[in-house]
Design a protein around this ligand. Sequence first.
Ligand code: C5P
Length: 246
Amino acid sequence: MTESATRKTDSGVKDPRIIVALDFATEREADALVARLDPARARLKIGKEMFTRFGPEMVRRYQGQGFEIFLDLKFHDIPNTVARAVAGAAELGVWMVNVHAMGGEKMMTRAAEALQEFGKDRPKLIAVTVLTSMDASQLSGVGIMDTVENEVTRLAVLARNSGLDGVVSSAREAGIIRKSIPGEFLIVTPGIRPKWAETNDQIRIVTPADALRGGSDYLVIGRPITRSQDPLEALRLISEEIEAVL
Ligand code: C5P
């Protein structure tokens, strides 16, 4: 990966745009992949499956290898419980953690406040708006009669007003979120597929280049890298595609 596929933060530290989603059933498989990756070129996302099986130990191990971790546990509970959970994530030293915006303003505000005491090294706190598995009919089934777009926008604005750093969103919704929320607000985007990759079970996919053009800051990419015969080459190709846009 070349220099321009990462961003330099104020402190001069590299800020890779690619977050590799580690979705494996065994530690052995995850370790084997991580051993081949370079922390200057990619961050790692650990979600519910791996965290439930392997816990904070796995997070610490990869941090020890220099990787920054997005802990994708999508907390959704009463405000006090979520505030304590994100504080736990901060103590673990993760780079990013998330909650469901559907938990409401009080829950998100309390979560954001709980991170203040960790200062500038606190994790970035982002919100899931509407899961991409939800369409209008699924939404109406839980009593939300609005369109997916309107609901995404409403929850993104609520997250912003609650002091969160950004949202997870489909790249297709990044544009309307940027329009509704001017200024610095992170958009983290899964469902990314380079043209050469299989789509797997993702339906509304977007290429890395289009996601960045559409306003995404960070790209969550799983199988195109993790299931590739040559994960490093896959990462390199995606980085090249990103570089061409930046
Ligand atoms: O392998 P793939 O690139 O599809 O992995 C995408 C990752 O992003 C997975 O960990 C998946 O759970 C997550 N994700 C997603 N769509 C969302 C939210 C999260 O695919 N809307």
